[in-house]
Design a protein around this ligand. Structure first.
Ligand code: COA
Ligand code: ZN
Length: 302
């Protein structure tokens, strides 16, 4: 991969929608997924296979994933799962890849998925055994900081990653679940992780809670991660992490990276139109600053 290429990974249909209380119809969800693909987005986390009691918004996961897998065979579609039950469901729907979430912080893992980290690791072992052909991205939630335990230590992160690596996983997503990281911490943790696991691929997933989503994401890109996650319109948040708010917004990121000369393959104007539509059509959609960026006023198309 050349220096100016970066995989932009849209997680809005999962991390964005999961935080909205009012149910968004499957038809509307498909409309956004279709719009993203139309704008050139090639990597999309379309849903999560989780308990509908935990996240009612994702109750249509099977139907939606089955539809998308059949409809967009050339797009890199994946989901998020917390356990074997979810991984089996994702696989049965035709998804070849899924994120499997474990929190670095013990207390967040228990709040999020009602399991200890040890239990989550054992479950990952079972998934690898039962579904050896399913590609697993390891989402490390609270990799930088936790709403209950504060700043997380780098050695703890590397230790947990080592256990996951030992189970055969070769792609990691370092998640700043509550947007507490800063660029120096991102650089330190990402560089150390890449050095420790040189045969792995890396992504970051950064929330914009303290307006540092874009600088933190850029810090990770400049360290050489292969992919960065974001959400259309900056939607998002973890219902089990108090204070978590939206993600880095995809349109901000695309605007910046296209102008910096990165090959994103995404048409900014189409993406912006979709973000504006989402912003006005979806109840509770995050009303951040993202829609008012200068490019819109200038009508620039870069
Ligand atoms: N998808 C759908 N249903 C699931 C499921 C999955 N992946 N895993 C378990 N269930 C169902 C079980 O079948 C059971 O159903 P029943 O009550 O009808 O018998 C019920 O959920 C409880 O199962 P159990 O294994 O006891 O789970 P739990 O209550 O301990 O909850 C999780 C554990 C992981 C299922 C739940 O905490 C969860 O889904 N968390 C996801 C949180 C999330 O998405 N956070 C944001 C993304 S990081
Ligand atoms: Zn998130």
């Amino acid at each position: 991969m050349g220096q100016n290429r970066i995989e932009l990974v849209e997680v809005g249909p999962r991390d964005g929608f999961q935080n909205l209380k009012e149910y968004i119809s499957m038809e509307d969800k498909l409309h956004y997924i279709d719009g993203l693909i139309g704008a050139g987005v090639k990597h999309i986390q379309i849903t999560s296979f989780v308990s509908p009691k935990a996240i009612p918004q994702m109750k249509d996961a099977r139907e939606l994933a089955g539809h998308c897998a059949a409809m967009y065979p050339d797009v890199d579609l994946f989901s998020l799962v917390p356990n074997l039950y979810g991984a089996k469901a994702a696989w049965e729907c035709g998804l070849k890849k899924t994120s499997y979430v474990i929190s670095l912080s013990e207390s967040h893992n228990e709040a999020n998925i009602n399991r200890t980290r040890e239990q989550s690791l054992e479950e990952l072992g079972r998934i690898r055994e039962e579904l050896p052909d399913l590609t697993i991205l390891s989402d490390i939630a609270t990799a930088f900081a936790c709403p209950f335990e504060g700043i997380m230590m780098l050695d703890g992160l590397l230790e947990l990653m080592g256990k996951i690596y030992g189970l055969g996983v070769r792609e990691f997503v370092l998640c700043d679940t509550i947007g507490m990281a800063h660029p120096a911490q991102v650089r330190e943790y990402v560089r150390a992780a890449m050095k420790e696991f040189p045969d792995c691929r890396f992504q970051v997933h950064i929330h914009d809670t303290r307006n540092m989503g874009i600088v933190n994401t850029l810090a990770a890109i400049e360290c050489g991660v292969q992919g960065v996650q974001s959400t259309l319109g900056g939607l998002g948040g973890c219902p089990f992490a108090p204070g978590a708010s939206g993600n880095t917004s995809t349109e901000d990121l695309v605007y910046m990276l296209n102008r910096m000369g990165y090959e994103t393959g995404i048409e900014f104007e189409r993406l912006l139109a979709l973000a504006k539509e989402e912003h006005s059509a979806i109840p509770g959609a995050y009303s951040g600053h993202h829609i008012n960026i200068g490019a819109q006023a200038c009508g620039m198309n870069v």
